[in-house]
Design a protein around this ligand. Structure first.
Ligand code: ME8
Length: 520
């Protein structure tokens, strides 16, 4: 493994505000990262997959006050809900960071000191608009008038006027360097439309950014000035380097191994922080910016914007309970081109669950494995020579991996699933065309070959659906008597992992139940 262990991959989710219970947006962002992390691990990479919670700032402090609890006790409680979500959704994160941890405060102090020492931070005073919900500063020009004559941020959040002493980061000085950086790294921001938005925002001119607050104290104190706490976004973004051991950057440590991160996955609403502020902070502190920021879209619920006031927030725990874990994982990544907004509709969920999962994929496996159980003594059949049709199907299955690699590397999950489904549909067409049930009497040797080809095709499919649907793929692989040691993508290569004729197989069982409206 020495050749493959050199390949590393670091993927991160945003760290979630603990003002609220986990919702579909959180589950979605982390799911996308989970699929990438699982894919890369199966493909031989040494992966670090990070998620966690953003626990400082005014928004969290206010939520704690509303709950009548001290902020630390409040964050302890809510942070746990996010850990529970990770378990519930089968997320395979390697670390879970909380910004209230000592390791993180240490990293924040260090990045501050580096910025200060480099002359990138100066003391001044801030007078302007602030939205607590977004934890963001807005210029007058960005605001619109709300229904009561109040000012509203582009996100719809309420803003308040703030005047206080503040440290500033010299963001204005980074405009040209950021534009040069985007230019030199055309895939730094994906999708492309988002990249264009960021570039025009930066071209429009950058103002220095307020990076400390004095009117509350739930945050990391500014080194050498206790009156200030660090702006929650500078604190929060730093989590990505805390988790790889910053300020320890020595050879042999995690920072040297994993930084710069390969992928920061974020929602479209927080792209500016990740694609403008974060690379500027890092470059100003003499550190390397990440390689990619991908901004995904937002979900609506049955066509309606999701909001607490509308009472239509989607609870991921309920979804899994209702439809099944892998079904939900599949739906979320299949339903929309990743990057676009999507709608969570019950009808669409059931259609995919019954059509693509139960009928196309589940039925293929169930039909083939039942025929093997009945007609081949429950053992992997022994194939004869392969016909061009056999070779075409096997070839299609074997050619999938390079395609998936390319698609996963640009976070095109729905296209990756479509590529897998092209092979599933081809396999179903092959079953119908070859009609192995007829061959049983007419030509049992040919039947054995056909069933072998199909079982081998299903092995490929089950291996490649693992990142998306780990539980059901594992069940399918069990039914093919594939041990854990043969579940990595290297088993797809040279044919060494191919099914061995004569291997006893367990009794087949369906793995994708249909959703039955009446029973539900
Ligand atoms: O922004 N559909 O935390 P957060 C899809 N703490 N995604 C959605 C969504 C929806 N309806 N609603 C929200 C923060 N999201 C900061 C991050 S990182 C250094 C700090 C997504 O708890 C949203 O786009 O508000 C964001 O990526 C995440 O869920 C919510 O993050």
């Amino acid at each position: 493994m020495s050749e493959t262990s050199a390949k590393t991959y670091y993927v991160t989710t945003p760290i979630y505000y603990v003002n609220d219970a986990p919702h579909i947006g959180h589950a979605y962002t982390t799911l996308a990262c989970d699929v990438v992390a699982r894919f890369k691990r199966l493909d031989g990479y040494d992966v670090k997959f990070l998620t966690g919670t953003d626990e400082h700032g005014q928004k969290v402090e206010k939520s704690a006050q509303a709950a009548g609890v001290a902020p630390q006790a409040f964050t302890d409680r809510v942070s746990q809900n996010f850990r529970d979500l990770a378990v519930h959704m089968g997320f395979s994160n390697d670390d879970f960071i909380r910004t209230t941890e000592d390791r993180h405060k240490l990293a924040c102090k260090e990045i501050w000191q580096r910025l200060f020492a480099a002359g990138e931070i100066y003391l001044g005073s801030y007078a302007g608009w602030y939205a607590v919900r977004d934890e963001a500063f807005y210029t007058e020009a960005e605001l619109t008038d709300g229904p009561q004559g109040n000012k509203i941020a582009p996100s719809g959040a309420e803003v308040e006027w703030v005047e206080e002493p503040s440290y500033f980061f010299k963001l204005s000085a980074w405009q040209d360097k950021l534009l040069a950086f985007y230019d030199a790294n055309p895939d730094f921001i994906l999708p492309k439309t988002r990249r264009n938005e960021v570039i025009s925002f930066v071209k429009g001119g950058l103002q220095d950014l307020s990076v400390s607050r004095t009117t509350f104290n739930w945050g990391v104190p500014v080194p050498d000035d206790d009156d200030h706490i660090m702006y929650v976004w500078l604190d929060a973004l730093t989590n990505y380097i805390t988790a790889v051991g910053f300020p320890e950057t020595e050879e042999g440590g995690e920072y040297a191994k994993y930084w710069p991160a390969d992928l920061h996955m974020v929602g479209k609403d927080i792209l500016r922080f990740h694609a403008v502020y974060w690379p500027a902070f890092l470059m100003a502190a003499g550190l390397e910016p990440p390689k990619r920021v991908f901004a995904h879209g937002w979900w609506t619920n049955e066509g309606q914007k999701i909001s607490k006031s509308l009472g239509n927030v989607i609870d991921p725990f309920d979804l899994v309970e209702r439809y099944g874990l892998d079904q939900v994982r599949y739906f979320m990544l299949r339903e929309v081109p990743f990057g676009n907004d999507g709608d969570f509709a019950h009808r669409a969920m059931v259609q995919r669950m019954n059509g693509e999962l139960a009928n196309d994929y589940g039925n293929l496996a169930q039909r083939v494995l039942s025929m093997v159980a009945k007609n081949c003594g429950g053992k992997v059949p022994t194939p004869g020579d392969f016909t061009p049709d056999d070779q075409a199907l096997l070839g299609a299955a074997r050619n999938l991996l390079p395609k998936l690699r390319e698609l996963i590397d640009v976070q095109a999950f729905n296209e990756a699933l479509e590529a897998i489904w092209v092979v599933i549909r081809a396999a179903n067409g092959y079953v119908d065309a070859q009609a192995p049930w007829k061959l049983r009497k007419e030509d049992p040797d040919r039947m054995a070959t056909v069933l072998y080809v199909l079982a081998e095709c299903i092995r490929h499919l089950a291996l490649m659906t693992q990142p998306f649907m780990p539980e059901t793929s594992a069940k399918m692989l069990d039914q093919l008597s594939i041990g854990e040691e043969a579940c990595g993508f290297e088993a797809l290569d040279a044919g060494e992992g191919a099914l061995i004729p004569g291997t006893a197989l367990p009794k087949p069982e369906g793995v994708f139940p249909r959703f039955n409206e009446d029973e539900a």
